[in-house]
Design a protein around this ligand. Structure first.
Ligand SMILES: C[S@@+](CC[C@H](N)C(=O)[O-])C[C@H]1O[C@@H](n2cnc3c(N)ncnc32)[C@H](O)[C@@H]1O
Length: 280
């Protein structure tokens, strides 16, 4: 199951996410922390971190549940899992597994909370995947995750796309519901999927934050980040070195207009913070 995503996250995407883990964590931190706050992990709880990637939220959840609790991170990307295992090795209450969350046989009825920072929009069959996750939850166990709203609301994407599309053809429109970062942009769709998977009290709350694009490295770092990762990186994957260089220069100029007093590039991100409960 999810073979395309397994191939994608074990290819260049996984290697790049692992290589840029520090910058990505700084950039995504405000969104992950908002989702963690909504999911409200408590001391002593058992938590699943779905699509845990390089482990940033796994570590945070481990800290919050404390020595009496436990966190299991699950991800399909071998390079990202390896880094998450390395980062969490000393924690004592964290295990990270290379596993497809849609199919893995998690201990049934075991977890208080299933959490995810941007790791649940990639399932081929989301209802099946969330049903599998629900089976791992205790009766009335909680679900909490953060996912992107529409592309147009996410200036961190559109600012780079506008520049890139001056140099490469606009791609054919793809199925907006296909697995990918924006597959959960429509909260009615998320509500339907979670309801069908056996969740109740489903709530999607909009949340906006200024992301520090490229970490603290300023416009050059933000341009490099955009060329490598995310929707613009995907769009430019097959572009030649000359095209990439021209895009890089124009991105740096665009990002200079978006810097704050500290020289950090700030770009608006728009997400849904989703919470739900396993139906009894
Ligand atoms: C956008 S990344 C987010 C990673 C991490 N949660 C973070 O915020 O840094 C999406 C992650 O979901 C993982 N993923 C995608 N499909 C998955 C599946 N079926 N089971 C487990 N992990 C999956 C990918 O390997 C990737 O690590």
């Amino acid at each position: 199951m999810n073979e395309d995503q397994v191939a994608y996250w074990n290819g260049e995407a996984g290697t790049k996410w692992a290589a840029h883990q520090d910058i990505l964590d700084l950039t995504l931190e405000p969104l992950g922390l908002a989702a963690v706050a909504a999911a409200a992990p408590a001391a002593g709880e058992k938590v699943l971190d779905i699509g845990c990637g390089c482990g940033a939220t796994t570590l945070e959840l481990g800290r919050l549940v404390g020595p009496g609790g436990a966190v299991l991170g699950a991800d399909i990307s071998s390079p990202m899992v390896a880094l998450a295992q390395q980062r969490s090795g000393a924690a004592g209450n964290i295990t990270v597994l290379e596993a497809d969350a849609a199919a893995h046989g998690f201990a049934p009825g075991h977890y208080d909370l299933a959490f995810s920072r941007f790791g649940v929009m990639f399932f081929e069959d989301p209802t099946l995947a969330f049903s599998n996750i629900r089976k791992a939850l205790k009766p009335s166990g909680r679900l909490g995750f953060v996912c992107w709203r529409g592309v147009k609301e996410n200036i961190w994407v559109t600012s780079g796309l506008e520049v890139a599309l001056r140099h490469v053809p606009r791609p054919e429109p793809t199925d907006p519901l296909a697995p990918g970062p924006f597959a959960f942009a429509d909260p009615a769709r998320v509500d339907g999927i979670l309801g069908a998977a056996g969740f109740t009290r489903i709530k999607a709350t909009p949340f906006d934050a200024d992301l520090m694009l490229g970490g603290k490295g300023g416009p050059e770092s933000a341009a490099e980040f955009t060329l490598e990762i995310g929707p613009v990186g995907r769009l430019l994957a097959d572009a030649g070195a000359e095209t990439k260089q021209r895009v890089r220069e124009e991105l740096v100029a665009r990002y200079r207009e978006m810097t704050n007093d500290q020289g950090h590039v700030l770009a608006k991100a728009a997400v849904w913070i989703v919470t739900a409960q396993a139906a009894a």
